[in-house]
Design a binder for this molecule. Structure first.
Ligand code: PMP
Ligand code: GLN
Length: 381
């Protein structure tokens, strides 16, 4: 068989989780919580799993009651006009499916897609599978903020789409309202679309607001904005996300979604709709839940030889290990997993060419006991 992605191996997240399991290491590599979703959500799922009539295909775009709850939540959180559940919201199998469906819907062979690097590992391969050409623009080191002049300079008549990710994986960098205004100016006289991956939208710290593309009117009208209930409800295994986009763009996403997965698990959607209605403030509590974890982990590593980068958002801590080793980051991450018993992700996995800044990524979406146990091992290095 002639591979369509000959240069792509197994995702680093699977690789490091498997290595962690083999070595019995504490897994701070793949981004998932080691605690469960809110009890009310688990109970809602149990309830719907035992409800007759909730076991067949959901409507293709998502359950109407879940789309209505998403619309209300979007308006409340961002103080913007609610997206129309009928024409502007599509429930997907995680943000992963939404990313793929959007790219498959809008990228024609030969189209260029601007990707700010480091970037989530799916972006480049998913663009290439459409025949698109990823055009990589480096984020500024070490703050991982976009250099908008470089973005402007990278645009060509073939640019179809620009991908944003804020809060950013792996760095946690957060785009401001001013950033979005600047991007709106840059795109003003073009037909370039925006794909905004906002799965960590509710993990923004130190009282900072998260600037959603939904709040920038000129961007919103050309944007697909994605979120994930996996992140917001500590339920990455449920694989439910969604895409908000204007009607004409949503129509294109749905053309793909209907043939990619058709619909998302029915009882799961009912459960999410229940908790969104019953506790509409859940997302507001997330900064107060995650910031102490960030602070605890940083405090525990303060005396270590790791140099910790700032974490404005998300649930990952980047660290420079130059005082411990001069190895490439992949070798260091593997050795840390095998010898120190703590699995991490090498940040070069987020670069298309394996660019290595000597950084590793820790996930701090873990119980405090897990963070303490990991830090005890890391402090010995
Ligand atoms: N985008 C980013 C930046 C992510 O970190 C993740 C989750 N790791 C996803 C998309 C995928 O989200 P989901 O789990 O909902 O498919
Ligand atoms: N988004 C998660 C991370 O960055 C992993 C998701 C996955 O394993 N595909 O770790």
């Amino acid at each position: 068989i002639v591979s369509k992605l000959p240069d792509v191996g197994t995702s680093i997240f699977s690789v490091m989780t498997q290595l962690a399991q083999e070595c019995g290491a504490i897994n701070l590599a793949q981004g998932f919580p080691d605690y469960d979703p809110p009890l009310a959500l688990q109970e809602a799922l149990t309830r719907h799993a035992r409800t007759a009539g909730h076991h067949q295909y959901a409507p293709m775009p998502g359950l109407p009651r879940l789309r209505e709850a998403i619309a209300a939540k979007t308006a409340r959180v961002y103080g913007v006009p609610a997206p129309d559940p009928a024409t502007e919201i599509t429930v997907t199998c995680g943000a992963t499916e939404a990313l793929y469906a959007v790219l498959a819907a809008v990228v024609h062979p030969g189209d260029e897609v601007l990707v700010l690097e480091p970037a989530y590992d799916l972006y480049g391969p998913a663009i290439r599978l459409q025949g698109g050409v990823p055009v990589y623009v480096p984020l500024t080191s070490p703050t991982f903020r976009p250099d908008w002049d470089r973005v402007r300079a990278a645009l060509t008549p073939r640019t179809r789409l620009i991908m944003l990710n804020s809060p950013h994986n792996p760095s946690g960098a957060v785009l401001s309202a001013a950033d979005l205004d600047t991007l709106a100016d840059i795109l003003a006289d073009t037909n370039i679309l925006v794909l905004s991956d906002e799965v960590y939208e509710h993990m923004v710290f130190d009282g900072q607001p998260h600037g959603s593309v939904l709040q920038q009117p000129a961007l919103r009208e050309r944007a697909f904005v994605l979120s994930s209930f996996g992140k917001t409800y500590h339920a990455t295994g449920w694989k439910v996300g969604y895409c908000v986009a204007p009607p004409a763009l949503t129509a294109e996403v749905r053309r793909v979604h209907q043939f990619l997965t058709f619909a998302v698990s029915t009882p799961t959607q009912h459960a999410l709709a229940d908790v969104l209605a019953a506790d509409p403030t859940h997302d507001q509590q997330l900064p107060a839940f995650y910031q102490p974890k960030r602070d605890l982990f940083r405090e525990l590593l303060a005396e270590s030889r790791f140099e910790l980068l700032p974490v404005p958002g998300g649930y990952f801590q980047l660290a420079r290990y130059a005082r411990i080793s001069t190895e490439p980051d992949v070798a260091f991450a593997q050795r840390l997993t095998r010898e120190a018993g703590v699995a991490v992700v090498p940040v070069s996995a987020f670069y298309h060419n394996g660019h290595d800044e000597g950084l590793i990524r820790f996930c701090f979406a873990k119980q405090d006991t897990t963070l303490r146990a990991a830090a005890e091992r890391l402090r010995l290095l």
